[in-house]
Ligand binder design. Structure first.
Ligand SMILES: Cc1cc2nc3c(=O)[nH]c(=O)nc-3n(C[C@H](O)[C@H](O)[C@H](O)COP(=O)(O)O)c2cc1C
Length: 185
């Protein structure tokens, strides 16, 4: 696929099935992730690749987090969280390892990980896989890192659900770029 089509045709699928990418393919994907723009080359991005029994571990962590931190939890909601990691054969936990730096504030380091995440989605698409970035209750808060065994300076930016695309994909809308772009000349 040519590079522009790879960007224009990427589609975040809601249904993802086995197989997940091979180790060789994931090496390509993570090398692409690490080519994201990165002020002062701080290398803030970290990833946890979760498959197999790792998904069971993640499910237990989601349930423990929910029991401790979510108000008005009932069995239906807890079951939803228990099942969440099994929506795809692979989950990649997206982490920004924040360092104190005189020129690179925390937001820039998190933006670098966001750019790395888009590189992952594009690399997966080029290799014939789909991915969807999800956040929900288990990301972008100060508490979840501890449950995942991370350090205090590590921020969880979300979870990429990865696999082969299944089911029908949404139609990608044609947007009118003039509504989004100003031109100064
Ligand atoms: C930071 C971030 C968090 C997101 N969190 C969720 C989420 O929790 N649940 C969800 O259904 N979509 C979430 N999305 C949106 C999907 O990843 C996806 O972008 C959206 O369904 C549109 O599909 P598209 O990427 O094919 O345009 C999130 C996107 C971003 C950038």
């Amino acid at each position: 696929m040519n590079a522009i089509d790879n960007i224009l045709k990427r589609n975040s699928p809601r249904e993802l099935i086995a197989p997940h990418p091979t180790e060789e393919e994931m090496n390509i994907v993570f090398n692409c992730a690490l080519r994201a723009p990165d002020h002062a080359w701080l290398r803030p991005s970290r990833f946890i690749q979760v498959t197999g029994d790792g998904l069971v571990k993640l499910s237990k962590i989601f349930q423990e987090f929910a029991r401790d931190n979510i108000n008005n939890l009932n069995d239906t909601i807890l079951e939803k969280y228990r099942n969440a990691p099994f929506r795809a054969p692979m989950v990649i936990i997206l982490i920004s390892n924040i360092r104190i730096h005189p020129k690179v504030p925390e937001i820039e380091q998190m933006l670098s990980t966001a750019a790395a995440t888009q590189n992952i989605l594009l690399a997966l698409n080029a290799l014939g896989y789909g991915g969807i970035w999800r956040t929900g209750k288990f990301a972008l808060n100060e508490i979840v890192a501890k449950y995942l065994g991370l350090d205090d300076n590590q921020k969880v930016l979300g979870y990429l659900y990865v696999g082969k695309t299944s089911g029908s994909l949404k139609k990608i809308p044609q947007l009118d770029i003039s509504k989004f772009v100003q031109k100064w000349s």
